[in-house]
Design a protein around this ligand. Sequence first.
Ligand code: AKG
Ligand code: FE2
Length: 307
Amino acid sequence: MLPEKMRNLQTCHKLPIIDLSCKNLEKGNGSWTSTCMVVRQALEEYGCFEAFHDKFTPQLHAAIFHALGELFDLPIETKRCYTSNMPLYGYSGESVQAPLRESVNIEEPTAYEKARSFTGLLETVYSYSKQLSNLDQMVQRMVFESFGVEKYYDLHIKSTTNLMRAIKYRHPEKSETNIGIGPHVDATLLTILRQNQVDGLQIQAKDGSWIEVAPSSSSSSFVVLAGVAFKAWSNGRIHSPLHRVIMHGDNARYSLGLFTYSKGLIETPEELVDEQHPLMFEPYHHLESVLLHLSAIYNGRDAKPDM
Ligand SMILES: O=C(O)CCC(=O)C(=O)O
Ligand SMILES: [Fe+2]
């Protein structure tokens, strides 16, 4: 019998890869419709896939990860000045729970002015989030279409808001844990992640095994992950996977995430509820409940899931 650690990584799963490049996809054409179904299948089976999207140039990626390196190299006193009125937004330093991890969390809608007045480096990161947001909206539209409820999409997307998170995981010292962030689900609708060349993200498959995510280094590659809000919205059909970051090797890992929330209600469309699929989740105020949850963590109480 293999030790538990190895057994859990023994997996024949491979994360689905989906090409969402605009040159191939036009809303309404055949490949758009079939790609909507492929996105749905990936989110139902894994809650996650690797997306290719051709709008991001290698130059842009080089500039972004260069900016991230400089951002986290700023003195700790400077980073701590990037604060927010909202709990856990702004700069979040290394902690007992995640000793390798620091993050800078930029929230909309005040983000632009604030990021700009803090440092030009954050402005670069924030402008990138605008492009990621287009990808996010495209995936959400595809999900709505794949479930035949596109009539709700426009209203839904108007009420969404994003958090852009820049993360650094330093490599662990010999005596330290190699856990960058422990297993959690995101409370988002969707999370879109882009990393530097250092892997470490793992996604739990439905059978309990961990899939090591090794995205292509192409500037067009992103990891798309469903949060619990999409699971609730879809009446449990979309899977929201546990995921974690494990650090290997000597290099620091940098990642950028776009985290999407609704400022309104998460409510399952009536079309997705019937006798075989009774309502699993009562409607709830998304962002409001996430912020309440964060306040609970902030006040030292134990809470799950992560934001
Ligand atoms: O750094 C990553 O790739 C994952 C980060 C993550 O899961 C989170 O911040 O919720
Ligand atoms: Fe996460």
